[in-house]
Design a binder for this molecule. Structure first.
Ligand SMILES: [Ca+2]
Length: 334
């Protein structure tokens, strides 16, 4: 069983995102078979351990006490949820707190982003993205939770789920779910429109060289394999120089909005900083439980492939000093 993401929810339960474990197309239909743990999102209680099991089952899991359905299952019909991000919420309104969005890697045509919901069926292997994948199954699986966004393989071939930006350094990014594609190296942000409740997707543009002054930079290695966040809610990106799952090295970039980090006032010919990130940070730290910050990190120097656990999903207290100088990344967003 391969677990492609792991995190604690705000409910203090552990969420495990398990791949379908099959050959191309999930020929054994494991993702839709709820007597199996493969192709599922699982939710378990690691603080309460019955004598007969290493973990407890949350009593409000959606399928407890149902015949021939594993009680660990929280959602099903997923293929390969490669990285998920949990929202710590708007620091003022709390909006969005606790929601989880994942990238589910597609088979041959579409990549998708999913908002995690209890009991949901995300469609695989009947559906890939919004389209029918197995025609004989599409009308048989009942209600399906549509992705909040999907994109065709002309734009990328392996989605890498990201994180909600809730940091202090780039207030313009507040609430952006920043994610990318491993194969194409493209970066986007998703944001929920509060009025329509639709998720709007926008490709992120790199800043110009006139705004990107060292140590900031406007280029990056394009094989985006993971994202992470630190205790301040700043978002990081991990990439390798080639679209290879076997590379034992890569770079960590911090994502910054150049309009926030450095502004140039032509009237007085000086650079200045907008807002007050120090005040923002001290106000927010009272709200954080740093032991529950979920961060996916690149584990340097480990051999193995993308699909064999090369990159570990860890829940850590992370210092931003892990990012080497010269690896800052800037976006011109608007
Ligand atoms: Ca789906």
């Amino acid at each position: 069983m391969k677990i492609f993401s792991i995190l604690f929810g705000d409910d203090n339960y552990l969420y495990l995102f398990v791949g379908d474990g099959g050959a191309a197309g999930d020929p054994e239909n494991r993702s839709q078979n709820r007597s199996l743990l493969l192709g599922k999102v699982l939710r378990i209680d690691v603080d309460r351990q019955p004598r007969w099991s290493p973990y407890g089952i949350p009593p409000d899991n959606p399928f407890v006490d149902q015949d021939e359905i594993r009680p660990e299952i929280y959602a099903y019909g997923v293929r390969n949820m490669w990285r998920c991000g949990k929202d710590r919420g708007d620091s003022v309104t709390g909006e969005g707190k606790g929601r989880i969005v994942c990238g589910d890697v597609g088979q041959s045509a579409f990549e998708e982003l999913d908002l995690l919901k209890k009991g949901a069926n995300y469609g695989w292997n009947a559906l890939e993205g919004m389209s029918c994948f197995r025609t004989e199954l599409c009308d048989t699986i009942g209600p399906v939770e549509d992705p909040i966004h999907n994109y065709p393989h002309s734009m990328g071939k392996s989605v890498t789920g990201g994180h909600f930006y809730r940091g202090c350094n780039s207030p313009n990014l507040n609430g952006f779910y920043i994610y990318g594609d491993f194969m194409s190296g493209k970066l986007w942000r998703l944001m929920e429109n509060r009025i329509t409740q639709e998720w709007e997707n926008v490709e992120l543009q790199m800043c110009t060289s006139s705004m990107c002054r060292p140590p900031l930079q406007s280029t990056y290695e394009t094989s985006i394999i993971s994202f992470g966040e630190d205790e301040d809610g700043e978002v990081y990106m991990v990439s390798t120089s080639k679209a290879s799952s076997a590379l034992p090295y890569g770079k960590v970039y911090r994502i910054v909005d150049p309009a926030r980090s450095v502004c140039f006032d032509e009237k007085v010919n000086v650079f200045f900083r907008r807002g007050n990130p120090d005040n923002c940070r001290s106000a927010r730290h009272g709200m954080y439980d740093t032991h529950r910050v979920n961060t996916t990190l690149y584990r340097h120097g480990t051999s193995g492939g993308q699909h064999s656990g090369m990159f570990a999903a860890l829940s850590l207290h992370v210092q931003s000093s892990i990012v080497a100088m010269g690896t800052l990344l800037l976006f011109a967003l608007f």
